[in-house]
Write a protein that binds this ligand. Sequence first.
Ligand SMILES: [Cu+2]
Length: 282
Amino acid sequence: MSRESRAHATRPSGRTAIRWSVLAAGALVALGVAAVAPAAAQSVNRNLIDRLNLQLIYVALPLTLFVEVILVYAVIRFRNNDDPEPTAENPTLEVTWTVATAIVLVFVGWSAYTVLASPYISPTPEAEAASPDVEPDAEIGVLAYQWGWQFDYAAANVTTQNLLVLPRGEDARLRLRSNDVLHSLFVPKLGLKQDVFPGRDTTVLTRALNNGRYRGYCTEFCGDGHARMRAQVYVVDPETYRQWLAAHEDERLVTAPPEASVGNGTAATNANSATNATSSPA
Ligand SMILES: [Cu+2]
């Protein structure tokens, strides 16, 4: 059988396979987009991260689909070709894929940069100076230690243990420092993650958007009590936040969350259980 007739003989089954692979890939893309579409974000930080993730997925999925379809097509279409010939020079094609790749890279770089430059993601003095409208309503000191968290509301002279309370819809700036070794504060639902060092301050800027109770962890292995190093994070109405601060004025190592956020009482129980195995810093 000549090469031409062999190639011709494979065409109908090849077309069907290609049709199926395009359909399957399309269904996969639809499923993928549905799976990554984020629920309502709980904070400005999380919103920025989710949006970037989605933007990149929308670019990555069609590209993956495009490459896979070409790959499957080439495998099926030329599977009986025993004598392949190298592609002749094709400057148009080369220029096209170089420019297309450059456009994709510029888009990814630009998308990532706009998120990274936000003071909510990189709270550097430069980023904050570039966003003069961001003036935190709450300034909270965070002391990480083996093994727990102490939060310091200096303006109200209140410190809490393993309990972070944030006013909803207001900017809060956390200044973090470690008492001993490296730690890292991680509140996944709020999109917060920041390393904590001894002898050097780091900063987190956030604005939580919904009332709720969230989990905070230490995500830097810091010794045998690392797994116990958790914090309860409460986001409450600004009025409730201020009432809670006023109710605990001049108190040390408060572990009681704001009343209005407790509801059925389980929250308070859980908040306290997180503090059971920890001691306060030296
Ligand atoms: Cu730690």
